[in-house]
Every structure is written in structure tokens, then in C-alpha cells.
Design a protein around this ligand. Structure first.
Ligand code: M6R
Length: 614
């Protein structure tokens, strides 16, 4: 994880770097640091948020126009000042910022220790910068060649920005497995470097995305020079990125998460209408044509994803199997490629990812591609690694999601997967055009239905207030509501630190029922589907054991309302569209519990928005 920023040009570097870090804090916020060059390096580092770093920077940075910066999500070593980046080599001549993990750092460190190197912290990055020094001195190389030679012996993932004070007009950057973008200008007088486009686009919209193992030298007034780590020159393409960043602010809301929850009517609408034809009557995935045949004839769809996106994948499994009758498997991306999965050419491997950068999902996609599968992704970030590498991308139009807890991206993912299932159903003749049109018409009403739920926000808040001391929750659901139970549990635990477990309701009697007692509330997602009566029975079983019950029910509910202690009402829609409405009160409930507990809702402890390490 972590975010890196770099600048070389004719402006003062430090405000650009700090501002860039703030925009990358979603990638980690354990500590932050910058290094600027003024003959020697000026390095500032602080544990905690970028704001701490900003406050520590003094007058000495004035007029210095080249530097690198980092916001950290700790992997090796605690989030202390010592372990914060940038890291400096023993001879004080090289500094580096790094996003990723150096897997063979221990081996390299032992070798360096034998040669008399010393270390002040525990990070793999400190080992790397010293190894560059070691290689440079041993082989009498400039920084560019020393870095390339070093990388030939490195296992792991990295995006790196490196400065050497012996070559004060040069910055060298590279990546493998971790994302990195370079902003270029027409005169080549300035270059911007960042882990994603967001910190760059306000300065220049011309971006070059690096591929794995490419090394770039940035020098004022000179065109980019890109080679691989063996020195072979590489071509590159400058892309024009049009990112609307106006909306990346909290507006009138106290937290990004709340704003993003309330944005859902708009984000669902944007997503839906982006995949409908101009008359808004039929589904139309732009540019899908080339892949359509493969999708229609697919033996199987394997969905790979993580976290909330994995839950969207399970919703997708239910809908695609129901409507298109294609077998679907949903896999944790992190498990998938390590278990020697059977992948054949007729398989479609579909990644679902908000960021398009999650390391495990990206690796699962690459693995599948190498085995001959057709790859497809549902993703929210334009130009992300997944979008660039997949055979086809269906975007969610949720806009930037800043809150670490994913909300609007989830409903947008479910919207896309629903449209895809309907279209595949029509193409495969497993549903009629009439049914498809009826579903499309109903989907168009979802933004309005979601909006209605917001009128119950104060009610949800008043219920949430009762649970600040609760230490554990059970979430139950059946059928297509099962992934919503999982998602409700994940939302609660990640932002309120209350233990929560999602379970298929019928499985409760095979174990979790032993935990039921007065102090363990159960949230049941009990909208009126074919399992409704069974869910009411499950609720009775919990009540009989004195377990408190909160239930998500439809407005016209008849039975659950009498069993539950508290209810969250949602409009009734078709079963397969119910997840999009049922999840909303659970998002709000988690949010309010976390706020009452005084937790940092947008930046929960230990987490980062985009998990770019394995
Ligand atoms: O960017 P992605 O959708 O690939 O991210 C996947 C997970 O890391 C993400 O959903 C995570 O679980 C969120 N914190 C959940 O709210």
C-alpha cells in the first residue's frame, strides 16, 4: 500500500508534495514524510497523518524545486518516525520512497550487515536504499544504472522514486506490481509522479502509466527516457486523463462516508444510464461487442475480488446464475491463484474492484490471463491497472470513493453486474426480452427507492446509539440477502471495531446459535423473498434464547416486525434488486455506531483504501 509522490520542475516542490500526499492518504496514513534537495537532503518525517508532517515543515524548503514524498501503511516495522519514508542510504547520498514489499529484504540485509551497513529502523525500504548504495559503489554506476542493477536481484512489489544528491537534476522512478503514474508537460520542464492520477491531474492531464519493470529518468527540459531494468528502451504513450475532481470534498457532510452513502441515488443512476442505450430502454455495454460472443458461450464465469467487492461478486453469482444460467464461482482473489485453479479457455474471469489496483485481484487476473482465460473487470477508477490490463472493462460511475469503507462503489458494482446478467440472459435466451425490459424499467426506479430510505436516517441513528458498548454482532441473511449480511458485518467491524460475523441464516443452527444470549444482537436481513418464513422462524429461535434482533424488512412486512426489537424499513423491489436497497440501512447503522463510539470513520485504524500489497 502506501502512496508516493514526486516532483521535479521549476515550482516549489514541498506544497505540491504535501498536497499530493493528502490526496493519497486513502492508501495509508500511519506516517508521512518528504525529502527535498538543497545540495544536501532536507528530510521531514512524522508518525500519523499528513497534517502532522505539514505542520513540521519549515522555511528551509522555500524555493526548492525537486522532492519525493510518502504516506505509509506499515508492513515492516511499526509506524514510527524512524520507519517513516523517505529513507536515506548510509552514505547520506541516496533517498527513496517506496510503495510495496521487498520480499527478499532479509537476505539483502544480512549481506549488507556483513559489509558494515547499519540500520536505524525495521523497514524493507531502508534495506533497499542501502542496497542501491552498495551496488552503486561496487560497480561505479550512476543512480539510474545502480537502480536497474539492484532491481535485477529484487523479489517483490514496488513503486519507487529515487534521488541521488550527486546527480541533483535527476529523479529516477520505477514500478513493479504497484501502480505509478507520471504527469508530463509540453516543455518537459516539470514532471509529477504519484501512485495514482489524482494528485497529478490538477497540474497536468497528460499522464504516462508505467508498466512493470520500466525505469524512467526525469530531468528538467529533457523528454522522458524509459527503459526496462536491463536497459532496453521502451516506447510509451501519453494519455489525456479527464478526471472531475470537483466532487472530492466532504461538502456539507461531517464525513466522506456519510456523503458517499447519500450520493448513492446519483451514483447508481449514473452507473445505470451509462450502460443503457440512448433511449434508455436497453442495456448497452459500450465496446462489449468483441467479447459478447465469448461471454454468451462462456463455460463458466469466475469472479475474483476482495472485501466488499467480493460481496458484490456473490450478489453477482446469484443474479447471473438466475438470469443467464451460466455457472458462476466467486473466489477470494488472494486464495485463487495459489491453489492451482483449473482455468480453461472458455472461462471468463471477472474481477470486481473499486480501485482497480488491489494487489490480490490484479494478480488473480494476470494469472488467469496467463492461463488463457478471457478477462473482464468491473471497476470504478478510469485508467487503473485492471482497466488497462483486462480484455474488457465495465465501469461503475460512482465517482471518487474516499471513505475507506466502501459504500457507493458496492451498489454501483451490483448495478453493473445486474445489467450484465440481464443482457446475458437475453442473449442466451434464458429470459425473454419482456422480462429484461421489465427489469430494466425497475432498475431505473432504484435511485428513487434508495432515496426514500434516507428519510429513516434519524431512526437508524437513534437505534445505533444503543450499541456503543456492544462487543459482538451476528448478521444473518439467506439467498441474495446472504452477501448483504456479510457486507453489513464487514461495514460494522471495519469502522466501529465491533466484532461482527455474517452468516447464512440457515447455518446458524450448525454452530453460531451457541453464541446467542442477551448481549449478542443479531441483524437479520429479512426482506420478503422466498425464504421469508424460514427467516422468521430463525428469528424466533434467537428470541427463544433471549437474543436481541434488529431486522431489515420491507415496508409492508407482516411478521418479522413483531419478532424484532428494532427494524429498518426498506422499499420492496424485485428479489434480485433487493441487495441495492437492503444494504443502505446497514451502511447507515455502521456509520452511526462508529460515530457514537468516536471512531475515525473515514480512516479506520490499520486500514487503507486501496490494498496494493499481497
Ligand atoms: O478496490 P477494491 O474494491 O478492489 O478493494 C477491495 C477491498 O479492499 C475493499 O472492498 C475493502 O474491503 C473495503 N475497506 C470494504 O469497505
Amino acid at each position: 500500500m502506501c502512496g508516493i509522490v514526486g516532483y521535479i520542475g521549476n515550482k516549489e516542490a514541498s506544497p505540491i508534495l504535501v498536497d499530493g500526499l493528502k490526496k493519497l492518504e486513502y492508501r495509508g496514513y500511519d506516517s508521512a514524510g518528504i525529502a527535498v534537495l538543497n545540495g544536501d537532503f532536507l528530510i521531514y518525517k512524522q508518525p500519523g497523518k499528513v497534517i502532522n508532517l505539514e505542520e513540521s515543515i519549515d522555511e528551509r524548503v522555500k524555493g526548492l524545486s525537486m522532492g519525493i514524498a510518502h504516506t505509509r501503511w506499515a508492513t515492516h516495522g511499526e509506524p514510527t518516525e524512524q520507519n517513516a519514508h523517505p529513507h536515506k542510504s548510509n552514505n547520506g547520498e541516496i533517498v527513496i520512497v517506496h510503495n510495496g514489499i521487498i520480499e527478499n529484504y532479509k537476505f539483502l540485509k544480512d549481506e549488507l550487515i556483513k559489509h558494515g551497513y547499519t540500520f536505524i529502523g525495521q523497514t524493507d525500504t531502508e534495506v533497499l536504499v542501502n542496497y542501491i548504495q552498495f551496488v552503486q559503489e561496487k560497480n561505479h554506476l550512476n543512480i539510474e544504472d545502480a537502480l536497474k542493477k539492484t532491481l535485477q536481484g529484487i523479489n517483490g512489489a514496488y513503486a519507487l522514486a529515487v534521488m541521488d544528491k550527486k546527480e541533483p537534476n535527476k529523479m529516477v522512478v520505477t514500478r513493479k506490481g504497484s501502480p505509478l503514474a507520471i504527469g508530463v508537460t509540453e516543455t518537459n520542464e516539470e514532471f509529477y509522479v504519484a501512485s495514482d492520477a489524482i494528485p497529478i491531474v490538477e497540474h497536468t492531464q497528460s499522464l504516462v502509466y508505467l508498466n512493470d519493470d520500466e525505469v524512467v529518468v526525469l530531468e528538467r527540459g529533457k523528454k522522458l527516457k524509459i527503459t526496462d531494468i536491463y536497459g532496453v528502451q521502451k516506447p510509451y504513450r501519453v494519455k489525456n486523463i479527464d478526471l472531475n475532481l470537483n466532487k472530492v470534498s466532504k461538502g456539507k457532510y461531517e464525513h466522506y462516508m456519510l456523503k458517499e452513502i447519500f450520493e448513492q441515488p446519483e451514483t447508481i443512476k449514473n452507473t445505470l444510464y451509462s450502460h443503457l442505450n440512448t433511449e434508455n430502454t436497453n442495456i448497452n455495454f459500450e465496446n462489449l461487442d468483441v467479447l459478447k460472443d465469448k461471454l454468451i458461450k462462456a463455460n463458466r464465469i469466475i469472479i475474483v475480488s476482495c472485501g466488499t467487492s467480493w460481496h458484490a461478486g456473490i450478489v453477482g453469482e446469484y443474479i447471473i446464475e438466475e438470469l443467464a444460467r451460466i455457472p458462476v464461482e466467486v473466489e477470494y482473489a488472494s486464495e485463487f491463484r495459489y491453489r492451482n485453479p483449473i482455468i480453461t479457455e472458455g472461462d471468463i474471469v471477472m474481477a470486481i474492484s473499486q480501485s482497480g489496483e488491489t494487489a490480490d485481484t490484479l494478480a488473480a487476473l494476470r494469472y488467469s490471463k496467463s492461463k488463457g482465460a478471457t478477462t473482464f473487470c468491473i471497476c470504478n477508477v478510469f485508467g487503473s491497472s485492471m482497466a488497462r490490463e483486462c480484455d474488457f472493462t465495465a465501469y461503475t460511475y460512482a465517482g471518487s470513493e474516499v471513505g475507506v469503507a466502501s459504500t457507493k462503489a458496492f451498489t454501483a458494482q451490483v448495478a453493473v453486474v445486474s445489467l450484465l446478467a440481464i443482457q446475458l440472459g437475453v442473449e442466451r435466451n434464458t429470459i425473454s426480452q419482456e422480462k429484461a425490459s421489465a427489469l430494466v424499467e425497475e432498475i431505473k426506479t432504484l435511485p428513487l427507492e434508495v432515496n426514500k430510505i434516507f428519510s429513516t436516517n434519524e431512526h437508524i441513528k437513534s437505534i445505533a446509539k444503543n450499541y456503543t458498548q456492544t462487543t459482538s454482532f451476528l448478521f444473518l441473511g439467506r439467498g441474495i440477502n446472504f452477501p448483504i449480511a456479510l457486507e453489513g458485518a464487514l461495514k460494522l467491524k471495519e469502522i466501529s471495531y465491533i466484532h461482527a460475523e455474517g452468516y447464512p441464516a440457515a447455518e446458524m443452527k450448525h454452530g453460531p446459535i451457541a453464541m446467542i444470549e442477551e448481549s449478542l444482537p443479531t441483524v437479520i436481513v429479512a426482506t420478503n423473498n422466498e425464504y421469508y418464513d424460514k427467516l422468521v422462524s430463525n428469528a424466533q429461535e434467537i428470541k427463544a434464547r433471549k437474543g436481541p434482533i434488529l431486522a431489515v424488512i420491507n415496508e409492508d412486512d407482516s411478521d418479522m416486525i413483531h419478532v424484532a426489537d428494532f427494524v429498518f424499513k426498506v422499499p420492496r423491489v424485485s428479489d434480485m434488486l433487493q441487495p441495492i436497497v437492503s444494504v443502505i440501512p446497514l451502511q447507515l447503522f455502521s456509520y452511526h455506531v462508529a460515530v457514537f463510539k468516536g471512531c475515525n470513520v473515514d480512516q479506520p485504524r490499520n486500514l487503507a483504501k486501496s490494498v496494493t500489497v499481497e
